[in-house]
Every structure is written in structure tokens, then in C-alpha cells.
Design a protein around this ligand. Sequence first.
Ligand SMILES: *[C@@H]1O[C@H](CO)[C@@H](O)[C@H](O)[C@H]1NC(C)=O
Ligand SMILES: *[C@@H]1O[C@H](CO)[C@@H](O)[C@H](O)[C@H]1NC(C)=O
Ligand SMILES: *[C@@H]1O[C@H](CO)[C@@H](O)[C@H](O)[C@H]1NC(C)=O
Ligand SMILES: *[C@@H]1O[C@H](CO)[C@@H](O)[C@H](O)[C@H]1NC(C)=O
Length: 396
Amino acid sequence: MNTINIYCYVVFIILSETVQIKSQICEKTSQYGECSTNSACGCFHMLGANDNTGVCGFLWPTCSRLVTCNSSDNSCLQSSTICVHHPQCDDRPLCYPTAMIHENKINLKWTQNAITVAGGNGKGQELNQLYGPAGIFIDKSKNIFIVDSENRRIVEWKYNARQGQIIAGGMDQLNVKRDMIVDEQNHSIIIADERNRRVIQWSNEKQQILIDNIDCFGLTMSKHGFLYVSDRNKGEVRRWKMGEYNNTGIVAAGENGQGNKLNQLNSPSFIFVDEDQSVYVSDWGNHRVMKWRKDAKEGIIVAGGQGAGGNLNQLYYPQGLIVDDFGQIYVADYWNHRVMRWYEGDVEGEIVVGGKGGGNQSNQLNSPTGLSFDDEGNFYVVDCWNHRIQKFEIIL
Ligand SMILES: *[C@@H]1O[C@H](CO)[C@@H](O)[C@H](O)[C@H]1NC(C)=O
Ligand SMILES: *[C@@H]1O[C@H](CO)[C@@H](O)[C@H](O)[C@H]1NC(C)=O
Ligand SMILES: *[C@@H]1O[C@H](CO)[C@@H](O)[C@H](O)[C@H]1NC(C)=O
Ligand SMILES: *[C@@H]1O[C@H](CO)[C@@H](O)[C@H](O)[C@H]1NC(C)=O
């Protein structure tokens, strides 16, 4: 989660010089009213302006990230923010980042040729090799933690290292398949030990079963202290208060059997939770990404959902998933060998990296799985069947 915040901070810096508010005024439009062909945008009334005048911006910025305006003169201290009404978040006026004003595209780009930062030495179990990697985590020092799936181990590649070190598994005790979470604070790892049907915590080579009898695939942790786990066979996501594990947890998405209705999932894989506790699910078997707001009874389709295929409005077995503070959804489009970015409300996504056919050139991927950013906004893609981790540098 930290990486995302810092990454968005980068966005603000980049965009602060190109902000053009004038062209984005919405007049005679109600608060949150339609102001663009992009359904993810609405009118935010400005302070001090005439009634029904505002700026046209992204409707769902994360409330907790917006600070209140100066109550005496409605100014905003932070650069590149503007004081608007946003009663859904707060009754008091809030400073809204101009970067989220529509047309002022948050169009981050990365180099299309990647550097291999781990693996890339063919498949195998030597320390400089990976075999079918899946989940990934990058810490603040850019050390890379990888679920080395077919080797049934978790490895850490220190920043700029030429080989990794095994930090969990590698022997029969662990059957980790896809995903894990690194708890930087106390150096423990939570692992979806899928083949053993359990979620375990691993610290100092000691292991503890947290949740048993679960076909766990994806894992994520929220800032509110919940652990979320996707269950591939039941087609659902559940959450547990960290430290208070029981057999049931609380349903966060699904629970209506496997299927393709809005209240169902079909083999959910990777998951993500935002600051508003909405859960995003790579709905693998339905070739779509679903968003379930907290306590919702059904989800909304935020990417794909047009059947399996390689068009820009389609996904093909989605895997790794990250959502940034602007609501931009990054998803590893496994079978299309590309990573896509979608805005909630858009009818099609755009290719971020890959999309040049499955292959092992530096601008190609072969079945991407996990995704991560580092604290500078560089983008890391687990290139599963090339047995390597690709780093795409951000273009500033
Ligand atoms: C708010 O605005 C007033 C008047 O311009 C100013 O004196 C005060 O320092 C501001 N407060 C903050 C926290 O910036
Ligand atoms: C850290 O690890 C311990 C087990 O070693 C665990 O009980 C605890 O919940 C973990 N997380 C935090 C934030 O302390
Ligand atoms: C199981 O844990 C969740 C939170 O982790 C809690 O809300 C729920 O009430 C618990 N269920 C039972 C049966 O104890
Ligand atoms: C890349 O792919 C080509 C063609 O399939 C193959 O001959 C070559 O060995 C591969 N290189 C690596 C490093 O795997």
C-alpha cells in the first residue's frame, strides 16, 4: 500500500506544471452531475464560485486522502489542489487534487523495454533462477520478494542482486502457489499455502496456521487491519480481522457460488483493497475485474467482462491487480501477454506494457501474473513463463 501512495505523490509532481483548470469548468451542472462522456467524472462545485459552477473531475477520489480547506479563507495549502464541495466525503470543503480533473490526463508512462531484475536464467531451482513465479512484493529498499511457484518457495532478491535467497519453503513443508504478503514491520510473511489449503504466517522460520481448509489464492491486507483471502473453489473473498482468525471470517465478495452474475465470481485470483475498503477481484474465469464496495451485495464490472479475447475491452484470464488513488486499475492480462489500465467507467482499457505477443524479448511478456510498483513509480511485472521479473522504468 505504501508504494501506491508514494507513486501517486509522483503523479502530483509531474502534473503540477501542466494543470489547466479553465477548460474543465462545468456550468449549470448539479453537484456530482454529468460533465463528460466519461461516466467516472462528475461536477464538483467550487467554493466562492456561482451556484452550479464547478470543476469536472474523477468522482471517487479516496476520501481519507483529501484534506479540508483552510476554514477562514477556503484556500488550500498543498500545491495543485483546489477547494471544492464534496459532501459525500465531508461536509466541510475539501482540497481536491487538480490532477484528477478530467482531460488533465493522469497519463503515466513506462519504458516499453524492461530490465530483468530477477530470474531470466531459464527455469530451474538454482538461486539465480525462478520457475513459474506468481505473486510479488517490493519493499521500501526495492528488495523483491517473489512467490517462486513451481519451486514452492519464497525468495528474496536484494536490490540489484544477481541471485536470490530462499526465505521460506524450498522443502516439502510449504506448497505456496500464488500469493503472499510481506509484513515489513515485523518481518513476517503471510502465505497462501494453496496446495495445503491453508493460510500460514511465517516468521523466523517458525510457521503458524492462520486459516485452515481454504482454497486460498490471492491475499491482501487493508490499512484497517483486515486480511482478505480469495477462495478459488467457492468463488468468494472473505476477510478476517488480523489476529482474530476463525473458520468463517466475513464475506467481502461473492458467496453465491461460482458463476457470472454480478453477485458471483468464477475462480477469483488476485485481489486488492483500497482505502475505502472496496475489494477489487480479478475474476479469472469470467475475464473481468469486479469491484465490491464494503458490505455490497453485488459487485460492479470495472474492467473486461466482454468474454475472453484480446480486444481493448476484453481480458483473458486476469491475474495481478493494483488500483491507485485515482481509481486506475492495473491488471495483468495473462493470456494476452500484456498489462492493461482501466478507469472505472471506461468501456475499454489501454495497454500499459507488453501486448506484443507472447515472447521473451525485453518488450514482450509471456503470461504476466503479479504486479507491483516501487516507491519511485517504476513498474514491476512477474513474467511467469519467462521465469523472470521485469522492471519497466517510469518516464518522467
Ligand atoms: C488560513 O488562512 C488565514 C487567512 O489567510 C491565515 O492567516 C492562516 O494562517 C491560514 N491557516 C493555515 C493553517 O494555513
Ligand atoms: C507480526 O507478527 C506476529 C507473529 O509473529 C503477528 O502476531 C502480528 O499480527 C504481526 N503483525 C503486526 C502488525 O504486528
Ligand atoms: C469470525 O471473525 C470475524 C472477524 O474476523 C467476526 O466478525 C465473526 O463474528 C467471527 N465469527 C464467529 C462465528 O466467531
Ligand atoms: C527466447 O526465445 C527464443 C525463441 O523461442 C529461444 O530460442 C531462446 O532460447 C529464448 N531465450 C531465452 C533466454 O530463453
